[in-house]
Design a protein around this ligand. Structure first.
Ligand code: NAP
Length: 295
């Protein structure tokens, strides 16, 4: 009898994870099926409870449940606890563990595909939702010089920067000169141009520009706001390139899309579920192939 791993989200029908995760499971000849489980909000609790059944090994969690699943789990890994969001659930000794592999995926893609060293750099993050939290903690851990979080709901940006500041205080007491300067700004601050003027990296962690959403075709920034030579990293991976990345290219910036991050977070999740080394090249080529075949 096969075992199962699911992708829990709403909606999930355009996800690429089932393609490249199944390719990795098949590469290792594991009798495990990776399936997309579209779960409406009122069914989330029962879907998590179902993971306790013997045939299920765990799950990925995506929009909009990365924070909502926390109280439904038995144990949280330290990083997931710090970030406050879970994208991977693993069953161990009948207990459901929550992990966050988005932070790893974000950083791996930044180094390997973006060829960007974050230490000492000035960074602006657009958004303060689940993935912005993972990205922000990852950047602080890599010792960026400054981190500005800009969000439509200012309170959410403020909560995130407060959390980052206490993390920095607790993890590097007495070494203030090495600390990241963290600031929250309201969305309207983007219109002045000053917010982005001196930065080296802009990360779009909002949903703006996502295909099949009401924000399809939109960009969080207009072309005149994008500095030349900055790296613009859009975590939205569909369409390619996103409207933001098209504008960034026209503005003379370097660009990085979200597909590599998607695969690298999946690599870490795969290794947590199976204990096997993920076949990264196979996962990347399967993700690209599935993406190209999407309608
Ligand atoms: P989320 O928790 O729902 O957060 C959404 C964010 O977008 C919030 O900051 C929200 O602001 C902002 N936003 C939405 N509409 C906006 C608008 N019209 N104007 C300004 N801001 C707006 O979602 P998430 O889990 O963080 O995911 C965010 C995006 O990252 C999604 O597109 C997701 O697909 C992508 N992602 C990619 C990867 C990858 O591997 N490439 C991994 C994870 C996520 P408010 O707080 O004001 O609502």
């Amino acid at each position: 009898m096969p075992k199962f791993i699911g992708l829990i989200g709403y909606p999930v029908k355009h996800s690429l994870s089932p393609y490249f995760q199944q390719a990795a499971l098949d590469y290792h000849h594991l009798d495990i099926r990776y399936e997309a489980w579209e779960i409406s909000p009122e069914k989330l609790e029962s879907a998590i409870a179902k993971l306790r059944e013997a045939q299920n090994l765990g799950a990925n969690v995506t929009v909009p449940y990365k924070e909502a699943v926390l109280p439904l789990l038995d144990e949280l890994d330290d990083l997931a606890n710090l970030i406050g969001a879970v994208n991977t659930i693993v069953k161990r000794d009948d207990r459901l563990w929550g992990f966050n592999t988005d932070a790893y995926g974000f950083i791996e893609a930044l180094y390997k595909e973006g060829h960007f060293e974050p230490a000492g750099k000035e960074v602006v993050v657009l958004g303060a939702g689940g993935v912005a939290r993972a990205v922000s903690f990852a950047l602080v851990q890599r010792k960026v010089k400054s981190l500005v979080i800009v969000n439509r709901t200012f309170e959410r940006a403020k909560t995130l920067t407060d959390g980052l500041k206490s993390y920095i205080r607790d993890s590097s007491p007495g070494s203030r000169e090495l600390e990241t300067k963290v600031t929250a700004l309201p969305w309207q601050s983007l219109s002045s141009g000053e917010t982005l003027e001196h930065c080296h990296l802009i990360v779009n962690c909002t949903t703006i520009g996502m295909k099949y959403s009401s924000q399809e075709g939109q960009s969080p920034l207009s072309i005149e706001l994008i500095p030349q030579n900055v790296l613009v990293y859009d975590l939205v991976y569909n369409p390619w390139p996103t409207p933001l990345l098209q504008l960034a290219k026209e503005a003379g910036a370097n660009i990085l899309g979200g597909l590599a991050m998607l695969v690298y977070q999946g690599v870490a999740s795969f290794e947590l579920w199976t204990g096997r080394k993920a076949p990264i090249d196979i996962m990347i080529s399967k993700a690209i192939e599935a993406f190209q075949e999407m309608p």
